[in-house]
Each structure stands twice: as structure tokens, then as C-alpha cells.
Design a protein. Structure first.
Length: 178
């Protein structure tokens, strides 16, 4: 039973990676509703593949390495679009993407793939929530308020990203992991 669950989890990871291109195209062509739904489904698939991997007794080493990269693709696409439309400052997006590259490099050297810390998971959830709110289609109810809330939530997600990066790259004896 664990092999089919791992296969499904890995399939969700691949689907999430592929979803990055339609997401950025939907944003580029102004299809806000489609972009929002793609991001929501991608975020839900991230939670689902983790749950399936745990039910299977642990994910594959491939999944442990690829899953965080797919999250970065999905987060980078709307972040770059928001920076290009001046909804977010470019320096903040650059800082976040630099953090993601740094941690990806660190993970590639970790023998266990560098599993996500609690802070890292909280950062990812807050980023997805922030992006979902910032991408809330203008024609939907409450758009201005929800988009504004998403902008305000971006900043604590950036702070969590930077704080969790310290937890990954500093030796455990010098810095306690949360």
C-alpha cells in the first residue's frame, strides 16, 4: 500500500511543478480567476502530497528533494509577476528568492534532503495565503480589502523566510531548530 501512496504523492509534486507555467501565463494574460484557482490547487496539492507521503511511512528521497523546488517555482511565478506590476517591491522579492536559492543549495548538500522545519512550513503556508489574497481577482467580492491583507501578510512571511533560513544553515549546536 505504501508504494501507490508514494507514487500518488510524487505525481502531485510533478503536477505542481507543471502548474507553474499555466499560472504565470494566466497572470500574464490577465486571467486572474484562473491564476487564483491554479495557485489554490497547487497549495492544496502540496499539503496532500505531504499527507500521502506520511501515510506511506515516509516519502521518497526524490520527493524530499523535488517537493521544495516545486514550491519555489510556484511561489516565484506570482512573486515575479507581482514585482513586475509594482504590487510588491522588487528588492523584497529578490531577497525572498535569494533565500530560496540559498536553502535549495543547502538542501542539495544535506544527506537527508534537508526536511522542512516548522518555521519553514509556516513560512510556506503564510506565503501561499499572502499570494492567494494578493491575487484575489479584482472582480470578486472584497477584492481591495483582501488584496491589501495579502500585502500585509507578505511581510511576516518574508520575516519567517529569513528566520527559518538561519535555522537551516546554522549548526544545530549554535542555534536551536524550532
Amino acid at each position: 500500500m505504501s508504494l501507490p501512496l508514494r507514487s500518488i504523492a510524487n505525481g502531485l509534486t510533478v503536477a505542481r511543478a507543471i502548474a507553474g507555467l499555466p499560472l504565470i501565463l494566466a497572470l500574464q494574460f490577465g486571467w486572474q480567476g484562473w491564476a487564483w484557482w491554479l495557485l489554490l490547487l497547487a497549495g492544496l496539492s502540496d499539503a496532500a502530497d505531504g499527507w500521502l507521503a506520511r501515510r506511506a511511512g515516509g516519502g521518497s528521497s526524490w520527493g524530499a528533494r523535488v517537493d521544495p523546488l516545486t514550491d519555489k517555482v510556484l511561489i516565484a511565478a506570482p512573486l515575479l509577476w507581482l514585482a513586475s506590476s509594482a504590487a510588491l517591491p522588487l528588492w523584497a522579492v529578490w531577497l525572498l528568492l535569494a533565500r530560496e536559492l540559498l536553502i535549495s543549495g543547502w538542501r542539495s548538500q544535506a544527506s537527508d534532503g534537508g526536511p522542512a522545519s516548522r518555521l519553514g512550513k509556516a513560512k510556506t503556508i503564510l506565503q501561499f495565503l499572502s499570494l492567494l489574497l494578493m491575487l484575489w481577482p479584482s472582480s470578486w467580492i472584497g477584492a481591495a480589502g483582501l488584496q491589501n491583507l495579502g500585502w500585509w501578510l507578505f511581510w511576516p512571511s518574508l520575516a519567517l523566510a529569513l528566520r527559518s533560513a538561519l535555522g537551516y544553515i546554522t549548526p544545530r549546536s549554535a542555534h536551536r531548530q524550532n
